[in-house]
Design a protein around this ligand. Structure first.
Ligand code: GLA
Length: 734
């Protein structure tokens, strides 16, 4: 999969469907010579065009700047004449900003090296290979190792780097992107994922104009607003056709994702920790590892890209024992009761839920301290006995006695202004000395970069978990990080804070899953502000959004599923009018949309109408039947509400192409609309499929039998339903 051609000084990385070439160029620069569909075993050095610029190869190297102005590079550096956005900036102890990397050697090793304290891909079968290219700046005394891992079963290249100092004095890393490469612009478009609270990860497709396009976060978390994902794709690329380059980042904090289109109409692509507010002091002999970034090439449009990302994350990143298991159908009391509940109320919900096949009660916010509202008690992880009469164990035992599991909510990184914890330790909130820190939701962020703070919080969380049979934790994080100051870090290390914060979150979650190996952990951040692959290393599922409206979820789940497996998307059925936006949609459709995620309920089941309630056991049965297909199958985006205006459609298709579950949601009915023929891709052309509508109330649609070729090219009939927001679930088996 990885080879080195001595004659051409070129490394060649082959994945299932792509080739990536790195060439050691003039003067030892590590250049990027090719990435795209598989190519022949040719000399690719002509692709560097080194001779096209005057004197680029002259013995005196007179025109270094001409070369660096256009050379396609693997790790472009700051301060020495590449005037594009660079990937690495280092200053020495005199404050000079310059680093110039020259090739010094390479190693090809089996497997994937792991990173210290950071989530990273793994390979249980040891069929992955990693190329490590060593580069050096002799003057600065810094080595940079470039890591490239490829797998035998998916199409990714996973990149990161290690910066090692041999300097006599400390040096300061001002920028350390995990991934960089340059490519010719073939009139490409770009896709980014943008949004807001309750509107996370909406697909945004745009022209790549001259200049810089950046998606980034400075919020301490990945954010609702922008996402560490970029796709660069043919103008004509669609769901199943065209070239697509996808870039993603295995990290959960401030990031920057950049496409820069320059004077020569080439594109520079960067992904890494956001250099803004970042500066890492590297002591002599120390090393800094960047998080991993993932690069995917698909010659089969966006679906091909999604399959590659999904496979990597399912097979090589998610560690939880639950990843290949059916998750318990849960009912969460947040939208059911908010803060207004007690033991009796929770037991009423659990009792009724159990009758309908729901398997786990999750007690959300409000069970600790004196938390009757969101303005107090975060950090005081002791049971609020006024609500939980008889204590937590009593409640959990009674829930267990019904035959249900029990789960609980924490927000471990936070402290309320009104809390015993802050009164005892006013300096534990992140703050700049002499400046009143900004509040959000009446809370401050704890300085978890301090070990004593981490230990205190994790001890209190674990005490609760040991006190009763708790099998699930929802780990929330409901505000962003600012006013960054630290009593531990000296002035020249404050720039390390945001990264140290993320490392601290990882350390706390690692401790949790190590000490509770059977715990089902779901991450959350005001909905989906920390939906990122970094969190997959700790939790197999993440709450997608606080917006549970079925039609808003079409946009949110589409943008999420383009990168992340459906098995990771926390999705629940809630009541209408929807609590986030007030829209009314059919209960049936809410179920269909949630079935494409982890599936559960977020409502007071005791108050459901008889008609809706009757659907709950049917929905649970559908989940039981189809969840393995959704979890393990290939996701196909078929039609997007964002583009078609009036309908949305996607499918999960088994790897052997014998089964497919198609979900169709009609957004608006329109007068005189006819039956729509929807073409389902990804089937076996020669196989004959039985097509059924498996939901009870859709038995009205007669089953059909068609070959894969006909279904893929002529389509299946989706009849118009009366009213808006109607859904259909269609099952194909052959
Ligand atoms: C966040 C979460 C919600 C809920 C509340 C509780 O907003 O996203 O699901 O847990 O916090 O305060």
């Amino acid at each position: 999969m990885i080879s080195f051609n001595k004659a051409t000084n070129t490394f060649r990385l082959d994945t299932t469907n792509s080739t990536y070439c790195i060439t050691i160029a003039a003067k030892g620069y590590v250049a990027h010579s090719y990435y795209g569909p598989k190519i022949g075993n040719d000399d690719t050095t002509y692709l560097l065009r080194q001779m096209e610029y005057p004197f680029a190869d002259s013995p005196t190297f007179r025109e270094k700047l001409s070369l660096l102005d256009f050379l396609h590079q693997e790790m472009p550096t700051d301060g020495v004449g590449d005037f594009r956005k660079t990937a690495l900036a280092v200053t020495n102890s005199s404050g000079n900003n310059a680093i110039e990397l020259k090739y010094a050697g390479y190693k090809i090793v089996d497997g994937c090296p792991s990173l210290q304290g950071l989530p990273c891909v793994f390979d249980k079968t040891n069929k992955a290979q990693t190329l490590i290219i060593t580069t050096k700046d002799e003057i600065l005394g810094v080595d940079v190792e470039l890591y490239y891992t490829v797998f035998d079963d998916t199409d990714e290249i996973v990149r990161s780097s290690k910066i090692i100092s041999h300097a006599a004095e400390p040096v300061y890393i001002k920028k350390a992107m995990s991934l960089a490469f340059d490519m010719d612009n073939d009139n490409y478009d770009a896709i980014t994922l943008n949004g807001s609270w309750g509107r996370e990860r909406h697909l945004d497709r745009h022209t790549i104009n001259m200049g810089t396009l950046e998606a980034c976060s400075t919020r301490g978390v990945t954010s609702h607003q922008e996402h560490p994902f970029l796709a660069i794709l043919d103008k004509t690329a669609g769901n199943d056709n065209g070239k697509v380059y996808g870039v993603n980042f295995i990290y959960s904090g401030n990031f920057s994702a950049v496409i820069q289109r320059n004077q020569f109409d080439s594109l520079r692509v960067l992904m890494g920790i956001n250099p803004e507010n970042f500066c890492w002091k590297l002591e002599p002999g120390a090393a800094f590892e960047t998080p991993q970034a993932v690069l995917v090439f698909s010659n089969n449009g966006l679906n091909g890209m999604s399959h590659a990302f999904h496979d990597l994350y399912r097979n090589h990143l998610i560690r939880s024992p639950y990843k290949n298991q059916m998750r318990p159908v849960l009912i969460n009391n947040w939208e059911a009761t908010y803060f207004n509940f007690d033991t009796q109320k929770l037991l009423d919900i659990a009792r009724e839920a159990h009758k309908d096949g729901i398997e786990m009660l999750v007690m959300d916010d409000g069970w600790f301290g004196k938390r009757d509202f969101d303005d107090n008690s975060l950090g005081d992880w002791v049971v609020y006995e006024k609500k939980l009469q008889g204590g937590l164990k009593n409640l959990v035992d009674q829930v267990n006695a019904l035959g249900m599991k029990f789960g609980i909510w924490f927000e471990p990184e936070m402290v309320s202004k009104d809390s015993e914890l802050l009164r005892a330790h006013p300096d534990w909130a992140i703050q700049i000395k002499g400046r009143e820190p900004g509040m959000a939701r009446a809370q401050f962020v704890l300085d978890i970069t301090r070990k004593e703070v981490r230990d205190y919080i994790m001890d209190s969380v674990e005490k609760i978990l040991h006190s009763a049979n708790i099998e699930y934790v929802k780990w929330d994080m409901n505000r962003q990080v600012c006013d960054v100051g630290s009593i531990d870090l000296p002035a020249d290390q404050i720039g390390e804070y945001f990264h140290r914060y993320v490392l601290a979150v990882y350390e706390m979650q690692e401790r949790l899953i190590t000490n509770f190996p059977n715990l089902l952990l779901e991450n959350c951040s005001s909905g989906g502000a920390r939906f990122d692959p970094g969190m997959f290393y700790y939790s197999p599922q993440i709450w997608c959004s606080d917006n549970t409206d079925a039609t808003e979820r079409l946009f949110i789940q589409e943008g999420t599923a383009i990168v992340y497996p459906l098995s990771t998307m926390g999705a629940h059925v809630s009541v209408c009018p929807n609590h986030a936006i007030g829209r009314v949609t059919p209960f049936k459709t809410r179920g269909y949309v949630a079935l494409s995620g982890t599936f559960g309920y977020e409502l007071d089941i005791t108050k459901l109408s008889a008609e809706d309630r009757a659907m709950v056991p049917q929905q649970v049965a559908l989940y039981k039947k189809f969840s393995p297909l959704v979890r393990e199958g290939d996701y196909y985006r078929i039609a997007s509400a964002a583009q078609t205006v009036d309908y949305d459609c996607w499918a999960s298709i088994s790897r052997d192409k014998t089964r497919a579950l198609v979900t169709f949601v009609q957004l608006y009915n329109r007068a005189n609309y006819k039956t729509r023929m929807v073409k389902i891709p990804g089937l076996d052309a020669n196989r004959t499929y039985k097509i059924t509508w498996p939901d009870e109330d859709q038995k009205k649609f007669p089953p059909m039998t068609l070959t894969g070729a006909t279904i893929m090219n002529a389509g299946i009939p989706i009849r118009r339903d009366w009213g808006d927001y109607q859904g259909q679930l269609i099952y194909l088996e052959g």
